[in-house]
Design a protein around this ligand. Sequence first.
Ligand SMILES: Nc1ncnc2c1ncn2[C@@H]1O[C@H](COP(=O)(O)OP(=O)(O)OP(=O)(O)O)[C@@H](O)[C@H]1O
Ligand SMILES: [Mg+2]
Ligand SMILES: [Zn+2]
Length: 552
Amino acid sequence: MYQVLYRKWRPRRFADVVGQPQVTVTLQHELTEGRIAHAYLFTGSRGTGKTTCAKILAKAVNCLNPQEGDPCGECEICRAADDGSLMDIVEIDAASNNGVDNIRSLREEANFTPAAAKYRVYIIDEVHMLSVGAFNALLKTLEEPPPHVIFILATTEVHKLPATILSRCQRFDFRRIPPEDIAQRLHYVAQEEGASIEEDAALLLARLADGALRDALSLLDQCLGRSRTVTEAVVNETAGLAGRDHLYAFAQAVHQQDAASVLELIAHLHEGSKDMARLCEELSSHYRSLMLIKTMKDARNLLAISQEEYARLEKQALSIPLTTVLHCLDTLQDALEKMGRGADRRTEMEMAAIRLCSPELDTGSAAILRRIEALERGAPRRAAAAPPVSEEPQAQESTEETAPVQQDRQAEEPAAQNSSRHAAQPAASTADLAKNAVPLDAWPEILQIMKGYSATISAAFTGSSAYVSGDYVLIDAPREMAFELLRKSSQRGKMRDAIQQVTGRVYKLGPYRRPEAPQEQQEDPLLQLASMAREAGIEVTETKEPELEIQT
Ligand SMILES: Nc1ncnc2c1ncn2[C@@H]1O[C@H](COP(=O)(O)OP(=O)(O)OP(=O)(O)O)[C@@H](O)[C@H]1O
Ligand SMILES: [Mg+2]
Ligand SMILES: [Zn+2]
């Protein structure tokens, strides 16, 4: 008869339990020293080894020949326990035996000495399901346990247990098992089964199992039903995941605010019977990865994915601002919640997509922050009307030369009223900056990265050079097209990213040339949006220096 893998490979010794050293090492140690409690409580998320450890513990306290706290597995007690014929280990499923009568009869029975073993062990699984009366009855026994009785209570929902029960048990918390540990166990089991699993596939399974080894083994079981060599593709097919291309495509299109493409993508996936809630979850998980990569130096440990996948994510993470990522996460979680409440899934997904592609339609705080960020990247801040008196004269001259380029999205923003609040902030002067500039030696390397983004862009910068001055990288390019490109916030973002990749620093960008005559002041949509944000209760700091205008 076929036995499912997770049952077949249930560990029989503490040493084989993975990822729970805080439980197994402690128990082994205590058992070796002969310290045995009368009530244990095993809690933690599902499929992480609670029942398994309860069974091992029940054997270990009774084993005739225990080995460093582990049951030997060979003596008559161990063997009887394994084949279920040992009457002194009693497993009770509290979900179906939750009444006070069940516990009363258990108490009665517990008064008798064990038949064959040293201890009578009661494993009460899902103990949180007991009725109030049953808990009270159990409590009486726990208060004065017969010396030959041990209780092992197991539950996923410890918060449902009365404090009086908790305080009488020695508690062990089982944690979600780290993906690497799960992957390793999958390798081991696959190998013992005469099959094999690739590294990427094991990690993907581990990630899908979300810390539960039982789920991972069930999935492995299904995969092995398909193929004796488990690859990432096999896992994808088995778990009903298409590849992940659509996630990248979605994120890219949203970043470009290309609603038509996003809607087409959704329609296409819908035709392929993709469940929209599942899509929403996958996208959330994708954006979470982007978020972690963007905020951590090295998010590899938290993500548990292959090197290639990481590199691919990292590339996308570089091109998408954090505010966009957060806005997407926010919106997708909302949509998922509504889907859960019975809203039409496809419509909900499409609405989310449209909100993401048009943050200006969205009045949520995540959307407003995203718009502010877009403006900060794309639009130069309006120059100060008058510098503070204490500033040097050049500062004044320079502050007047920064005029916004109204080519980007901010052109759609409503016109701002004149504001006087920014008068205290002098902008840096390109002329001043150019004076102190030193050549940026790594420029060719940066252009090389830009080439990876787009051949056209890198062509525009042929023959260019760059200088560093303070917080700025100043670019000198013979072709007008280079500056045309830099006026676009998306291209400027790429350039900044490329510079950051090579230099490790975030620089503002400016042209390496002396500015021409001052131009008229224009309204600063950023200021208006900032005041909108403040009205919406979002804190906006104003310490940021304006980006230099790319003047040609
Ligand atoms: N830490 C672990 N080490 C090795 N195998 C494990 C571990 N956790 C779970 N497994 C595997 O998963 C199966 C189920 O585990 P177990 O019954 O112990 O989980 P549980 O924590 O009791 O879950 P539930 O809360 O759903 O009852 C085991 O038979 C075993 O194959
Ligand atoms: Mg269990
Ligand atoms: Zn034994």
